[in-house]
Design a protein. Structure first.
Length: 455
């Protein structure tokens, strides 16, 4: 449609202002109370009176919170890159706080509910992506991040110690570890070359660096290419895969594990499946589902963006979004701002020959439009959603499930008189007619309804 229309401009300005105001609120909430301490010493303790100027160090404050949602933490880091390399009044980088935080600190900050260990790895990895040299920067007490991480009890893989070591190997000498220290054992075990530590290459490539595209918004906004190594330790992957499948894992734990292992397609696929299950078990009301969607939607979308060529990830992600769709618009859940709508359509376009992906994507689009009405239908149309639906029908003419789901999705999408939809009557007509004739029990009624609205 015409994005210069007055109503479109007003709509965009309204939500732009809302987003800016929301972030200002987040900034104030992350400010530390005046007079709180700020130093992390070589024993992991905090001391000093602090400096009121530290209140304005947003990245430091977000890390110190200990429970900042992963997608928000990444946004804060990427929009305040200069602060990642800035020391506070006590000589600490944000990385020192991420490395030095202990389980006891997390319990205090989060009212007795500590985040999973993978959250520490996520924090450390994000800060190292933004400022890898930070691993070699000592704080005012001369203590390196890797020493703080080891002394706070973090594990070699899941706690982020290995990430710090790889960024600055010389730092391990400062830790002065005994031969029987668990970190030394973990390093020795990894270097043995046995089957249990064989590295798995993604995409059959070598150790050269690859890139992962991440986005801070759902409308093709600013993206960053994040460099990472193209191999995954099997032990680490196994632990994460088992964790996201645990029946008693909380939404927060699953989401944190997904963000900390975003390069692992297996973790993402199973994490999406778990979030879909949790949403189903949460209850039937929008508010019940929102308890999962608040953190789950962005994690699912992140999985889709990091693994666009993995049909299994796209399938499970679309299935999860279909279950989460009733929560769209409840509290802070937004399938538009998160990029969920464009990600579903992208999955259809990238895997047009995969019938299962098409089916789950159609269900997701139908659920999103059913909840969001004309506004969401217009958004689906604006990212070529109708073209993707027509292509799905053309690519799977003999698959009754695909034909049924595309017809049902188009029926909902075209049911809002106020929606701005493209003129697709000529393109859709033969496919709708064929679906109605070949699969009358499932497709006749929705196909005829769509034809009436389009014609």
């Amino acid at each position: 449609g015409d994005n210069s229309r007055e109503e479109v401009v007003r709509h965009r300005e309204r939500w732009k202002n809302a987003a800016v105001n929301t972030f200002h609120v987040i900034e104030w909430l992350l400010r530390r109370p005046r007079g709180t301490s700020g130093n992390i010493g070589n024993d992991g303790s905090k001391s000093g009176d602090g400096d009121n100027d530290d209140n304005d160090l947003l990245v430091h404050n977000a890390v110190r919170v200990g429970a900042c949602p992963p997608d928000l933490l990444r946004y804060i880091v990427e929009t305040n890159l200069e602060s990642v390399a800035e020391k506070d009044s006590k000589g600490n980088l944000p990385l020192h706080y991420a490395a030095g935080a202990s389980d006891a600190d997390a319990l205090i900050v989060n009212s007795g509910n500590a985040p999973p260990e993978s959250y520490s790895k996520f924090l450390i990895d994000e800060l190292l992506y933004a400022y890898p040299d930070g691993a070699g920067v000592p704080n005012a007490d001369g203590v390196l991040p890797i020493v703080l991480a080891i002394e706070s009890g973090k594990k070699w893989i899941g706690g982020g110690v290995r990430s710090l070591y790889e960024a600055y190997p010389a730092g391990l000498e400062d830790a002065r570890l005994s031969d029987d220290h668990p970190i030394v054992s973990a390093m020795s075990f990894q270097s043995d070359g046995g089957d249990s530590v064989v590295t798995e290459m993604l995409g059959g490539q070598d150790d050269e660096e690859g890139t992962v595209h991440t986005a801070m918004d759902g409308g093709g906004g600013r993206r960053r290419k994040r460099t990472h190594r193209k191999k995954i330790n099997k032990d680490e992957s196994h632990d994460a895969i088992m964790f996201v499948q645990k029946p008693d894992s909380s939404v927060r734990d699953v989401v944190s594990t997904m963000w900390a292992n975003e390069e692992d397609a297996g973790v993402q696929m199973l994490g999406c499946a778990s979030l879909g299950r949790m949403a189903t078990e949460a209850g039937s009301s929008d508010k019940d589902i929102a308890s999962v969607a608040l953190l789950g939607v962005t994690a699912v979308v992140n999985a889709m963006k990091n693994h666009p060529n993995e049909p299994a990830v796209q399938e499970r992600a679309c299935a999860a979004l279909a279950v989460l769709a009733p929560a769209d618009g409840v509290r802070e859940v937004s399938f538009a701002a998160s990029g969920a709508i464009s990600s579903v359509v992208s999955a259809m376009q990238a895997h047009v020959s995969d019938a299962t992906v098409q089916i789950e994507a159609c269900r997701a689009l139908r659920g999103i439009a059913a909840k969001g009405g004309a506004e969401r239908a217009t958004m689906v149309a604006s990212v070529s959603g109708f073209t993707a639906l027509i292509n799905a029908m053309g690519a799977h003419p003999d698959d009754g499930d695909v034909q049924r789901e595309t017809c049902l999705a188009m029926e909902v999408l075209t049911s809002f008189p106020d929606a701005y939809l493209p003129n697709i009557a000529g393109q859709a007509e033969p496919f709708l007619q064929a679906a109605a004739e070949n699969f009358p029990d499932d497709c006749l009624k929705p196909a005829m309804a769509v034809r009436e609205k389009l014609l």
